[in-house]
Design a protein around this ligand. Structure first.
Ligand code: PEP
Length: 248
């Protein structure tokens, strides 16, 4: 049985002090213990977040990571640096990294493989643009991302990856995919994983939906088949809203 996961992606929001305040407020709410909770703050808040989130069962993730061990890579953050802080998850291939920072599938695949090697749990983001969906190319796009981003990853390792299906047109736009469309794509992803690997990987891998998830629509999305949780941007920034998402 796959456990639901609600992950917050704070993007470039909140200072370390604001992070501490968020967790102090979050402690006041009763949180659904049957849901895995993850918050991904900016690098500068990770240390504060790990310490503040410990007693309420929230795990911490980073929003990106280098595929290199160490060395002359100015501005980069390594897996060892994240692990040393107590970080457990890492978002990889977010559409903002792909679009603004021109990260390609080969590079994202290298980061996913490296995260697995280091025992960090990758949250791999995939999804189509509006143009691709309107041209009926959304399944092809997602299929191609899965094939490239899972290249040279064994079945034993693939099962450790969390996939987040995030249609780019739904991110930060207020436009949510309908539960039916989101569920249909998550099902398609599971079928593709089954073809690439086997039933065991397909049945156990977690597939999240992301794109304008908020307290008002989370319940419907979380009850749709094949959706194992949500990756949430804007609505994860307020402790009260995050508590509502977790208690969907
Ligand atoms: C995201 O950043 O991954 C995201 C889904 O953002 P939002 O929830 O704000 O659409």
């Amino acid at each position: 049985m796959r456990k639901k996961l609600i992950a917050g992606n704070w993007k470039m929001n909140k200072t370390a002090n604001e992070t501490k305040e968020f967790f102090e407020e979050l402690k006041k709410y009763d949180l659904n213990k049957d849901v895995n909770m993850v918050i991904c703050p900016p690098f500068s808040s990770l240390d504060r977040a790990v310490n503040a989130a410990k007693d309420i069962g929230v795990a911490i993730g980073a929003q990106n990571m280098s595929d290199q061990e160490s060395g002359a890579f100015t501005g980069e953050i390594s897996a060892n640096m994240l692990l040393d802080l107590g970080v457990e998850y890492v978002i990889l291939g977010h559409s903002e990294r792909r679009e603004i920072f021109n990260e390609q599938d080969g590079y994202i695949n290298s980061k996913v493989r490296y995260a697995i090697e280091k025992n960090l749990i990758p949250i791999l983001c995939i999804g189509e643009t509006l143009e691709e969906r309107e041209a009926d190319g959304h399944f092809d796009k997602v299929k191609s991302q899965i094939e490239k981003d899972f290249e040279n990853i064994s079945a034993e390792d693939a099962i450790k990856v969390i996939i987040a299906y995030e249609p780019i047109w739904a991110i930060g736009t207020g436009k949510t995919a309908t539960a039916k469309d989101a569920s249909e794509m998550c099902h398609f992803i599971r079928e593709e994983i089954k073809k690439m690997y086997n039933d065991e990987v397909a049945n156990n891998i977690s597939i999240l939906y992301g794109g304008s998830v908020k307290p008002a629509n989370v319940n419907e999305l979380m009850n749709a088949p094949d959706i194992d949780g949500a990756l949430v941007g804007g609505a994860s920034l307020k402790a009260e809203d995050y508590s509502k998402l977790v208690n969907f």
